[in-house]
Design a protein around this ligand. Sequence first.
Ligand code: FAD
Length: 408
Amino acid sequence: APSVVIVGAGQAGADTAAALRSRGFSGRIALVGEEEALPYRRPPLSKGYLGGTAEAGDLELLPLSSYGDQGIDLVLGDRAVRIDPEERSVVLDSGSRLSYDRLVLATGARPRRLPVPGAGLAGVMTLRGLADAAALREALREGGHLLVVGGGFVGLELAATARKLGLDATVVEVGPRLMARALSPGMSDHLRAEHVRQGVRILLRREVAALHGDASGHVRVAELDGGERVPADLVVFGVGVRPNVELAAAAGLEVGGGILVDRWLRTSDPAIHAIGDCARFPSARYGRQLRLESVQNASDQARCAAAAICGDPEPYEAVPWFWTEQYALRLQIAGITGGHDLAVTVGDPGGGRFSVLCFREGRLLGAESVNRPADHMIVRRLLSAEGVPSLSPEEAARPGFDLKEYRS
Ligand code: FAD
């Protein structure tokens, strides 16, 4: 039987191993991860884990025993440092070498840091892994003032958690609105209003110019563009990520804004797949290349790669979806709403339960739902149907319209 090596034991890597076995793949599977912890879910890191309602053990994707039961060789705390595509082998930091017939790169992404003076002070952090979250959880216990740089979902979840824990929080965002990459302007405003209501200071179109520390080298003050000084006992950069492409690039695989793959998630070497946060793939649905950062994308691409490895290739066409939780606000996004030319709100925005349906040239692109899980599921199903989704903007704008009419 052929042998599969998976580099990166995060969501995408661990799901690939499990999907291979559930398809009956009987060859050897090695799952290599540089982190020490058993493969875990990242979403709770900025939510329940930081807030103290979930512990590290609660985040594990699978219990340790099931790797043994399924014959998955877990190699943790070791890093793949080189791929030899001619010889079809991967060299690890420990010196061992693993041969493969098929290689899956699921290396994820790492946080960007801004080259701001003072960024090296103690108390300046990023949040990606369990180790970061553990350090942050400890630092949040100290109380004081949290400064989040970047108004994306990780930073906003962190601000919400900090408020729950009783810290002061400021979010500095260089753009004109929050979560601009993922959300329609109306939804960004709704989110901002909620944060302001909860006592977070949101500064838009502002930048951090420098960070200043105390005598012990711990950050205490952030200086913004224009000179304003903001207290900052803890600073977290939430300014996006960079895909981990270096291993692929060094092996001569095509990269550019991610590891480049085709519709079957194969890299420029057909024996090597790339999936999850590190991969940039062509989307027939959206007519362009995408690199998505979500559990949905990591898991669905894992299943897609496993199918191809088992000789049952299907192009990757899954409907993207995403969620975030801030305070009591559960926001779910179906499809990709960016680039819409018309947004129709349904439900009860005042009561905090509504959806924004986004259209482009009369075609449904996706929806953003706040505390309306049924809407979210219906839109996902509408988008997954063959051809053009049947819901028109005129229909959605009809007084009394309810998405439930489209529940099949
Ligand atoms: P990762 O989960 O990052 O896994 C990649 C793994 O590969 C890492 O463990 C890394 O150490 C390892 N690795 C990299 N290079 C090597 C190497 N050379 N050798 C060995 N190992 C290597 N998504 C949602 O849909 N909803 C949410 O609410 C949500 N919340 C999030 C909150 C936080 C704080 C974060 C950080 C992310 C969140 N996400 C959320 C995004 C989601 O977690 C990611 O999209 C998902 O984890 C991507 O899976 P992945 O396997 O591609 O990458």
